[in-house]
Ligand binder design. Sequence first.
Ligand code: RTP
Ligand code: MG
Length: 138
Amino acid sequence: MEKTFLMVKPDGVKRGLIGEIISRFEHKGYTLNRLELLTPSMEVAQSHYAEHKEKPFFGELVEFLTSGPVVAMEWEGENIVAVSRLMIGKTNPLDAQPGTIRGDLASTMSQNVIHGSDSVESAERELSLWFATEASHV
Ligand code: RTP
Ligand code: MG
């Protein structure tokens, strides 16, 4: 079964949106396999967004991601990578449709409450980055 990496970003945690966001994927019928609340290190944040390292907003992006706790999650379900991106909505608030997570809960480009892997390959890379070992705290 297909897996993806979803993360409630620091703004979503601060605003008390963890339950709301998890509920949407539970109600969709997907399965939550792993969940960890943590404040990301600079190394993990830079590696997570490595595809953007030449962009002008990269510094601000990793600074934001390391600014407080996030909820890192592994979810599983049929076509979950593509469908979760539809549920999340577009990056630009001007394009994020009502009914999507960003369309309903976010109003800025930089603080948009949730991350979702954009391909099966990205999901595999991100899941091994964020969940490096089988059970890191046992
Ligand atoms: P994410 O990776 O966080 O799920 O977001 P995404 O796929 O929708 O968008 P992506 O292109 O991967 O960009 C990652 C994050 O960088 C910020 N961004 N700012 N100022 C800009 O032009 C700009 N473009 C992207 C957004 O916060 C986006 O979520
Ligand atoms: Mg992205």
